[in-house]
Design a protein around this ligand. Structure first.
Ligand code: PLP
Length: 453
């Protein structure tokens, strides 16, 4: 029986990434408030938010300093924009702070309101750059199967997940995908991690050569794949990939929308994984998810090309009403101040071994094939047969069932394609809360195993 609020939800809302038919009978989980790593539903039931919302609420749900930063900026100047050279203090200061933090040489920062807009901007800038450089054919973009980069037409095209392509008439021409670096699922029998990495780099090279290097503008990758299954790349992966990109002057875009701001125990995932991208996209934990804000780093050669375009064309024809929204910038500044003051990133590095140890113990569970991660992100895969790694029929919805059991146990986690379950708690989680999270997840797996039988 759906509550009154649930009925009104079903009658009025289209939910992103939801089975819209099943939602009619299942109804929503309506959350009302949050505190620390917990959220509470309308019945007052607490849940550990084991996904930090959507991989974003790094500082948890009750940070008064972030609320106050937003309130102060709202009261002072709730809106102004950056069009036509207009500016404001929070955007200038935040750009300065981010320039200092960026793990890649950065000349300027361009702000967006989401990760999708950030990655969409990356595509447009790669095209704009190559037009400025007199390379009008160099426009193709290479992503990876199971990579996730957003939902705009270009970013859904870069994404390598079926739900983003099927019946959406995507990917657009000029968007290609290479193999997913998931060693457990896609390595050949007997293949080492290094050999698997090299095979994927060889595939990338063959793709570039087949298309013609003069037509390939950029390659985009998340340090650790999020929505594609919480997948950590194998040893040597990015070193092998980068060698190929350098050979053919293909721009390397790091999608740091999930890994940015401490998730892997370093400020950016690129640092943890030895990536040397030309540019970064970021969002989510930049404001701990409290208000929407994203952005991209602009390197000096790109900036010089953009400037040259202005000499030719006049205006830089890109940007949205909310690019550099003052309230969002004020909250981001406070968020970064807290990350530094509370040594949040160092805290992640210190907590990660305990988190990863609890996660990897789940690999011993009878229905779990793989359980591993990096920093405070983890993925596990439910399998029908551990020895052969055979999976259940997608229709059986086994991981979805496990996530429902977890919810009944007071834990929010997320199921992803291929019966994978992701865990990505707020970075402020304590050791005891990590234990509670994995105790609940273990019970959910036990209940799933009983349900299968
Ligand atoms: N890139 C990555 C790696 C993401 O995980 C996401 C969202 O989950 C996006 C881009 C898109 O960000 P948004 O949903 O803010 O548009």
């Amino acid at each position: 029986m759906l509550s009154n609020l649930a009925v009104r939800d079903v009658e009025t809302l289209i939910h992103p990434y939801t089975n819209l038919d099943a939602h009619r009978s299942a109804g929503p989980l309506v959350l009302e408030r949050g505190d620390g790593v917990h959220v509470y539903d309308t019945e007052g039931r607490p849940y550990i938010e084991g996904m930090a919302g959507l991989w974003c609420t790094a500082l948890g749900y009750s940070n008064g300093e972030l609320v106050e930063a937003a309130r102060e900026q709202m009261a002072k100047l709730p809106f102004t924009h950056l069009f036509s050279g207009r500016s404001h203090d929070p955007a200038i200061e935040l750009a300065e702070v981010l320039k200092e933090l960026m793990p890649v040489p950065t000349s300027k920062i361009f702000f967006t309101s989401s990760g999708s807009e950030a990655n969409d901007t990356q595509v447009k800038l790669a095209w704009y750059l190559n037009n400025a450089l007199g390379r009008p054919k160099k426009k193709k973009i290479i992503g990876r199967q199971r990579g996730y980069h957003g939902v705009t037409i270009a970013t859904a095209s870069m994404t390598g997940l079926p739900a983003n392509h099927t019946d959406w008439d995507l990917p657009l021409p000029g968007f290609l995908h290479v193999g997913c670096p998931h060693f457990y699922r896609f390595a050949e029998p007997g293949e080492t991690e290094a050999a698997f990495s090299q095979r994927l780099a060889d595939e990338l090279e063959a793709t570039i050569l087949r298309e013609g290097p003069e037509t390939v503008a950029a390659f985009i990758a998340e340090p650790v794949m999020g929505a594609g299954g919480a997948i950590v790349p194998p040893e040597g992966y990015f070193a092998a990939i980068q060698a190929v990109l350098a050979r053919y002057e293909v721009r390397f875009i790091a999608d740091e929308v999930i890994c940015g701001f401490g998730r892997l125990g370093t400020w950016f995932g690129s640092e943890a994984l030895g990536m040397r991208p030309d540019t970064l996209s970021f969002a989510k934990a930049l404001t701990s998810g409290y208000v929407p804000l994203g952005g991209v780093s602009v390197d000096e050669p790109l900036y010089e090309a953009m400037r040259a375009q202005s000499l030719k064309i006049g205006t830089f024809g890109h940007g949205t009403t909310y690019s550099g929204h003052p309230v969002a910038c004020a909250v981001a500044l406070k968020t970064i101040e807290i990350y530094k003051r509370e040594r949040i990133v160092e805290g992640v590095a210190a907590k990660a071994p305990h988190f990863q140890a609890r996660l990897s113990r789940l690999a011993e569970h009878p229905i779990v094939g793989e359980a591993c991660g990096l920093g405070l992100i983890g993925g596990l895969e439910i399998v029908a047969d551990k020895a052969s790694r055979r999976q259940y029929e997608p229709k059986a919805g086994v991981a979805a069932r496990c996530v429902a059991f977890a919810q009944a146990e007071g834990l929010i986690v997320r199921f992803l394609m291929g019966d994978r379950i992701a865990v990505c708690p707020p970075l402020i989680i304590t050791a005891d809360e990590i234990d509670a999270l994995f105790d609940r997840l273990t019970r959910a797996l036990d209940r799933t195993a009983d349900w299968i039988r």
